[in-house]
Design a binder for this molecule. Structure first.
Ligand SMILES: *Cc1c(COP(=O)(O)O)cnc(C)c1O
Length: 364
């Protein structure tokens, strides 16, 4: 069986370094808001090409804190894709604002910029694009629309650290952007973690306050805040991994290129990489009109896979909207399935996955 993802492989390689790092943090015994977190913040600000990065408890909290720090709340509408992980929309609801779902481009699964303009109303305050699967959203178009209509931009870069659009990193386009260090993400912690990156000084300062009880210096609480910090053990583990991120991304891109060659002509929809985008292949997601049969056939051939996501966001029971209003998101939810794509896959495994995928696609 070739697993869809096997994190044990990465951790077996890094075990010595990770254990030494855990020992170092235990010796220092400063677990919250210490040197490791500060160093990681500087390092990721550089990766994202911005001046500030603020470590927080999760990618979800990064979105919540960014929305709060930018002042979004009741009465505000936020435009966001109808096809994503639920957190890109649930956090808008948590802020008290209203997610306005826009359909996606069927080739990249990103927000379709042609549909954004007609979703804008007098209450629209922000656009929240998601760089889904690691493919950057068309940020030039989104930034231009935001400028023209005076909207804020919050990037959900949870799946796309290291990706670029027009050579500019994701995270550097918006008023703020959110990273997730959930263990299965391209840069994953050994637990939960997240980060907000921003070039705006006052936004960064407010997020630093909000993540720590609204504290403006020892026990002076100037506003209602959260308790959501990235802890030192996670930050230290992430600092062991970050130097490998570029090579892991290259490995993912090589695997994607290999799949493309090996699957050429197979009855499967392959992911698209737009010419101005640099995809980091958090997921290598194909589509097949009889997806569930394809998944079963793949499993019978010994290949693990996963469906991201089986429902469009507004069709989730918690939103309960009629999903036919977002036809591409609905069709994607019925057809997509992700194949194994991680740096530790061997060449033989990549060939085996492709062989099985072609066979399964032809059978179904
Ligand atoms: C993972 C993810 C999140 C949430 O991150 P957590 O760290 O799991 O809270 C948000 N948006 C997208 C698109 C994600 O993939």
């Amino acid at each position: 069986m070739i697993p869809f993802l096997d994190l044990r492989r990465q951790h077996a390689i890094l075990r010595g370094e990770l254990m030494a790092t855990v020992a170092r943090v235990l010796d220092a015994s400063q677990f919250i808001l210490g040197a490791e977190g500060q160093a990681l913040e500087r390092e990721l600000a550089t990766v994202c090409g911005v001046r500030h990065a603020i470590g927080v408890g999760s990618g979800t909290d990064a979105l919540r804190l960014a929305l709060a720090a930018l002042g979004l709340g009741p009465g505000d509408e936020v435009i966001t894709p109808a096809f994503s992980f639920v957190a890109s929309s649930s956090t808008i609801v948590m802020a008290g604002a209203v997610p306005v779902f826009v359909d996606v481009d069927p080739e990249t699964y990103n927000l379709d910029p042609d549909l954004i303009e007609r979703a804008i109303t007098p209450r629209t305050r922000a656009v929240l694009p998601v760089h889904l699967y690691g493919h950057p959203a068309p940020m030039d178009r989104i930034a231009a629309l935001a400028r023209a209509h005076g909207l804020l931009v919050i990037e959900d870069a949870a799946q796309a650290v290291g990706a670029t659009y027009d050579g500019r990193p994701v995270g550097a386009w918006g008023d703020a952007a959110c990273l997730s260090f959930y263990p299965t993400k391209n840069l994953g912690a050994c637990g939960d973690g997240g980060m907000v990156v921003t070039d705006r000084d006052e936004v960064a300062e407010r997020i630093r306050r909000l993540r720590h009880h609204g504290d403006h210096g020892r026990y002076h609480h100037v506003e209602l805040g959260w308790c959501s910090r990235l802890d030192e053990l996670q930050a230290a583990a992430l600092r062991v991994k970050l130097p490998h991120l570029a090579a892991w991304t290259e490995a993912r891109r090589r695997i994607a290129a290999r799949y493309r060659t090996l699957l050429a002509g197979a009855p499967l929809g392959l992911p698209v990489e737009r010419s101005r985008a640099r995809h980091v292949y958090h997921l290598f997601t194909v589509r097949h009109p009889r997806r569930d049969a394809f998944v079963k056939s793949l499993a019978d051939l010994g290949v693990g896979s996963a469906v991201h996501y089986p429902l469009p966001v507004p069709g989730q029971p918690m939103f309960g909207a009629d999903e036919r209003r977002w036809p591409e998101a609905s069709r994607a939810a019925r057809e997509v399935v992700s194949l194994p794509c991680y740096a530790e896959l061997t060449d033989e495994e990549v060939e085996e996955v492709a062989r099985a995928a072609r066979l399964a696609a032809e059978r179904c």
